[in-house]
Design a protein around this ligand. Structure first.
Ligand code: HAM
Length: 417
C-alpha cells in the first residue's frame, strides 16, 4: 500500500517547530496592536471571480497557480492565493467604508498557489498582511513600509533591501503601456512563450517575468518614473522624503512592477540578502491599489497594503532559543498513587503551572528518563509519605538540588516568567 503523505509543497509544523512560528506571529500581533490594526479573518475559499477580477486574468497566479474547483458542479471556487482580494471583498460586503472613513486591518493565515515547490516557495504558505482603506497617502505608505522594516528588525532580520517604485495613476499606465509596447514589439520573437502571449494584453507582466530571456530585454525597457503624471510624481517624492524622515533605508527600483494587476502608484518589496534563502528573495510585497475597491463594486476608495511571507522569514531568522514548554514533570513512586498524582497535576495547572506526568505506571527510572527528556526544569516526586503529608519533593534536574514543599507552594516555586 502506498504511504500517505502530505500534498507536495504543503508542509506540517510539528510541536518542536511551533515555537519559532509563534514568535513570528506574536511579534506581528504585538506590533500591529501598537498601530491600531484590527484582525480580519476571511474564508480560505472564495468565488473564483474575485481573484480573476482583482489580481488580473493575464497574471501567473490566475493563469497557472490557482487551486480552482467546481462546488458540486454549480459554482467555481478557489483556495485563496493571497489575502488582499478577500479582505477587500469583506470590506465592501460589510459596508465598512460607511462606518469608518479609514480602516486598518491585518490578517495572518495560509495562502495557496500551485507553484513549483522549492526552498522558500511552497503551495501552502503563510502570510501576515496589513491593509489600510480610505487614506490616499503618501504618509501612510511610508508608515507601512517602515512598519515592515521594524517588524523584520524585531525578529533580528537586518540584512534586507527595501525597493520602492511608483506605477502612477490615471493616464500613467496607458502612456507607459504604449511606450513599453513600442519598445517590446521589435523583441517579441525573443520573448518567452508566456510573455509573447501576454505582450499585447498586459505588457507590464514582461517586466516581472522570471524567464532569463525576458529579464535581459526588460533591462533596457523605458523607465516608468519618466512617465508619471504630475500628481503621482509629487506623491512619490513625498513618500521618499517621509521615508527619509523616518530613517527607513530604501532604493528606488523603476523595474519593480510586481506580479499582480491591481497596483497603482506606490509599490514596494522587501528582499532578504542572506540566510538559507539566498540573495534577493522577496520577504514582503505590497503597494497601493486605489482602483480595486471600485472595480469590485464598492465605493471608490484608496487602499494600500502588504503581505509578508512567514515561511521565508523562518529561513532567514536567527535561531530562537527553545523555551521550555513545561515547568514540572511529576514522578510517581507507586502505581497506586497515580490518581493522587493526577489530582496534584490538576491543582498545579489551576495555579498556572505547566505540568505533565507519566501515567503509564512505569518504573521510577523510566519516569525520570521522561522527565529528563521533557523540557521541564523540575521533577516533582510523589511518594507514600509525601502523599500522606500533602507535599512533593521538588528536584531541580540541572543541579540535582531537592527540597520538600507543601502542594500549595509548588506552583510559585516552579513557574518562571
Ligand atoms: P505577493 O508578492 O504575491 O503579494 O506575496 C507576498 C509575499 O508572500 C512574498 O513576498 C513572499 O514572501 C510570500 N510568498 C508568495 N508566494 C509564496 C510561495 N509560493 N511560497 C512561500 N512564500 C510565498 C501579495 O500576496 C499581495 N497580496 C500583497 C499585498 C497586500 N499588496 C497589497 N496588499
Amino acid at each position: 500500500m502506498s504511504k500517505l503523505r502530505s500534498v507536495k509543497g504543503m508542509n506540517d509544523v510539528l510541536p518542536e517547530d511551533a515555537a519559532r512560528w509563534h514568535r513570528l506571529e506574536s511579534t506581528f500581533r504585538e506590533l500591529v496592536g501598537r498601530y491600531g490594526f484590527g484582525e480580519v479573518r476571511t474564508p480560505l475559499v472564495e468565488p473564483t471571480d474575485l481573484f480573476v477580477r482583482s489580481i488580473g486574468e493575464a497574471t501567473d497566479i490566475v493563469e497557472k497557480e490557482m487551486y480552482t474547483f467546481e462546488d458540486k458542479g454549480e459554482k467555481s471556487l478557489t483556495l485563496r492565493p493571497e489575502g488582499t482580494a478577500s479582505a477587500a471583498r469583506a470590506w465592501i460586503q460589510h459596508s465598512v467604508g460607511g462606518k469608518h472613513p479609514v480602516s486598518k486591518w491585518f490578517y495572518l493565515g495560509p495562502m495557496y498557489r500551485r507553484e513549483r515547490p522549492a526552498k522558500g516557495r511552497y503551495r501552502q504558505f503563510w502570510q501576515a498582511g496589513c491593509e489600510i482603506y480610505g487614506d490616499p497617502g503618501p504618509y501612510v505608505d511610508a508608515e507601512l513600509i517602515d512598519f515592515v522594516v521594524r517588524y523584520l528588525r524585531a525578529l533580528g532580520i537586518q540584512d534586507i533591501e527595501v525597493l520602492v517604485n511608483s506605477l502612477g495613476a490615471g493616464g500613467t499606465r496607458d502612456r507607459y503601456r504604449d511606450a513599453l509596447l513600442e519598445y517590446l514589439r521589435p523583441h517579441a520573437s525573443e520573448l518567452s512563450e508566456d510573455s509573447q502571449r501576454r505582450l499585447e494584453r498586459n505588457p507590464l507582466r514582461v517586466l516581472d517575468s522570471k524567464a532569463p530571456q525576458d529579464q535581459a530585454i526588460a533591462e533596457n525597457a523605458p523607465d516608468i518614473l519618466d512617465h508619471l503624471d504630475e500628481e503621482s510624481r509629487e506623491h512619490f517624492e513625498t513618500l521618499k522624503s517621509a521615508l527619509d524622515d523616518l530613517g527607513t533605508p530604501y532604493r528606488v527600483e523603476p523595474r519593480l512592477v510586481r506580479g499582480l494587476d491591481y497596483y497603482t502608484r506606490t509599490l514596494f518589496e522587501v528582499r532578504g540578502r542572506g540566510g538559507d534563502l539566498g540573495a534577493n528573495a522577496a520577504l514582503c510585497g505590497g503597494g497601493r491599489y486605489d482602483n480595486m475597491i471600485a472595480e469590485l463594486g464598492g465605493p471608490a476608495t484608496p487602499a494600500i497594503g502588504f503581505a509578508i511571507g512567514l515561511d521565508r522569514l523562518l529561513l532567514v531568522m536567527a535561531e530562537t532559543e527553545p523555551k521550555p514548554t513545561l515547568d514540572g514533570f511529576l514522578v510517581v513512586q507507586a502505581k497506586e498513587l497515580r490518581g493522587k498524582a493526577l489530582a496534584i497535576a490538576q491543582t498545579l495547572r489551576d495555579a498556572g503551572a505547566r505540568v505533565d506526568a507519566d501515567l503509564r505506571g512505569g518504573s521510577m527510572k523510566s519516569q525520570f528518563r521522561r522527565a529528563d527528556k521533557s523540557s521541564a526544569p523540575f521533577a516533582l516526586i510523589l511518594g507514600e509519605r509525601e502523599a500522606a503529608e500533602g507535599t512533593v519533593q521538588v528536584k531541580e534536574l540541572a543541579t540535582g538540588e531537592q527540597r520538600e514543599l507543601p502542594i500549595d507552594q509548588v506552583a510559585a516555586a516552579i513557574i518562571r516568567d
